[in-house]
Write a protein that binds this ligand. Structure first.
Ligand code: SF4
Length: 511
């Protein structure tokens, strides 16, 4: 067997989770340079840039959602794939134990988290044989927020703001634009899309995701698709959805398109959306020892260029400091666009906690509380006074999933601020107005940045739901976020969706 195989895979996982590849860094640096200083998009990109630097400096997860580990493995003829699959699984479990991957594998029937990222269907490992005498492993960690924004179109189809998309490359262009518009900030824009034209429903999505293994700066070898990619990239940023959906000049950092043959009756366009935390790396291994001979997408001989050459998120003096528990008066004085710095106690709650709170009393008094949509990476450490929890990554999760519950929870338990990303819908907006609460948008994926605002873990409730889904009682200091839905019926998300819809109509006809 290959004695160094396990260590090489572990290195690949750790590096992928903690260090963005150079092509993605370059695209994000360009995005940062494109936004005017002081704008919401620029502030968000500065936090993202600081987060990227912190992650690599501390070898911490770039985003707390370390996604679905997906391995593409190419092996020489005769390689033992059964043994390699087992080794890859063990490396995934070890990376999870070390806090480099969040436990993300959940039993779909019982809701139980396996705790080690192993289970039916996780991780995803695809093998292929090739005629080279090396083992190639590529890995992508694509999180749930952006996975939920994937889209598949059965063409011809009528699309809002764009009209009919036909079975032509122009129809494909409309589908891609629609997918990006529909994602808004929910997939942590600016993102990149992998697209498959054709195939069947299953192979279409698989092939679309495979396009995300292409470098952002490559050029499609098919000139027709190269032209389509260029056309998308030259117009899509006119949507002005911007970073996190805050509005801004950069909405997409890459578009990679491929095609598969299809059945005569079907014409699918499948779009795989990846967020700015575009974690994808690869290695070539010696086929006898399993040692890393070469890194793909990065050259370890080149030093990592930091994203920021100055201090990161800088205060302007206009920030509003809030200390929980919050009063109705404090909350009603806030308006969309205000930057707030939250201090004091904060409770996490995701899907399982929201569902629980609809049927049971909360484990804590939530009057005046700040509820954080977050599934952190948390490690238990031994201390002289016993074991202690420490949060190592803690960015916001996509809030819209809690839309069916949020208004009722605000009303029943007196929550005054909800923090998440991507915004929420009409029911929540109405509840914010009626009961006096605000929605605060934190910067999606900025897990290292926000972990530093968390000064301690006071307790945890509902740990039986698993680490990401438990209710963590955090103590935070100067946690920055932007008011994007206020207690007066205003929603930045609603405004940007409408404005970008109008831009979509212009882009749709201008080609
Ligand atoms: S950056 Fe956003 S979409 Fe991407 S994995 Fe993190 S939370 Fe999910």
């Amino acid at each position: 067997m290959l004695p160094e195989f396990f260590d090489s895979v572990l290195q690949l996982i750790v590096r992928t989770s903690t260090d963005l590849p150079p092509d993605v860094r370059a695209a994000m640096r360009t995005a940062l340079g494109s936004e005017a200083p002081g704008t919401r998009a620029s502030q968000a990109l500065t936090i993202i840039a600081e987060n990227i630097d912190l992650a690599v400096d501390t070898e911490g997860a770039i985003c707390q959602d370390t996604g679905m580990p997906t391995f593409e493995v190419k092996v020489p003829v005769g390689a033992n794939q059964i043994w390699m699959r087992q080794q890859i699984k063990e490396a995934v479990a070890e990376a999870t134990r070390r806090g480099k991957l969040r436990p993300n594998s959940v039993d779909s029937i019982t809701g139980k988290n396996s705790g080690d990222n192993l289970g039916p269907g996780t991780p995803i490992i695809h093998f292929d044989q090739w005629d080279r005498d090396v083992v190639e492993i590529k890995l992508i960690l694509k999180g749930g927020g952006c996975e939920n924004t994937n889209a598949q179109y059965s063409v011809p189809v009528e699309l809002p703001h764009l009209g009919r998309a036909d079975r032509t490359l122009e129809g494909v262009r409309k589908c891609i634009l629609h997918a990006v518009w529909q994602a808004q900030g929910k997939g942590c824009a600016p993102g990149a899309v992998g697209v498959c034209i054709g195939g069947d429903r299953t192979s279409g999505y698989t092939h679309a995701k495979e396009q995300l293994f292409r470098s952002l700066d490559d050029v499609n070898t098919d000139s027709r698709l190269a032209e389509l990619e260029a056309s998308i990239m030259s117009t899509v940023n006119d949507l002005e959805i911007g970073t996190m959906g805050f509005g801004g000049k950069v909405t997409l950092i890459g578009c990679k398109i491929s095609a598969l043959n299809r059945l005569p009756a079907s014409f699918f366009v499948s779009v795989a959306y990846d967020c700015w935390a575009f974690r994808r790396l690869g290695v070539e291994l010696n086929a006898s020892t399993g040692a890393i001979e070469k890194w793909l997408y990065r050259d370890p001989a080149h030093p990592i260029i930091p994203m920021l050459d100055q201090a990161g998120f800088a205060r302007t003096g206009r920030e509003v400091s809030l200390r929980a528990p919050l009063t109705e008066e404090q909350v009603r004085s806030l308006k969309v666009g205000d930057v707030v710095l939250v201090s004091g106690p904060m409770y996490t709650g995701r899907d399982a906690v929201h569902s629980y709170l609809m049927k049971h009393e909360p484990p804590v008094d939530m009057r005046g509380s700040v509820l954080y949509h977050c599934g952190p990476v948390v490690v238990k450490e031994e201390g002289k006074d016993g074991d202690k929890w420490r949060v190592t990554a803690a960015g916001p999760t996509t809030s819209i999933r809690e839309e069916p519950y949020q208004g009722e929870i605000i009303k029943r338990y007196g929550v005054r601020a909800v923090i998440g990303k991507g915004g929420m819908g009409a029911k929540t907006l109405a509840a914010l107005k009626e009961h006096g609460a605000v929605y605060l948008n934190a910067i999606g994926g900025a897990a290292q940045f926000y972990a530093r605002s968390i000064k301690g873990v006071d307790d945890v409730s509902l740990l039986e739901f698993g680490t990401p889904e438990a209710m963590w009682h955090l103590r935070v200091e100067d946690f920055p976020a932007i008011v994007t839905m206020d207690a007066h019926g205003n929603s930045l998300h609603k405004d940007i969706e409408q404005e970008s819809g109008q831009h979509l109509e212009t882009i749709g006809v201008s080609a």
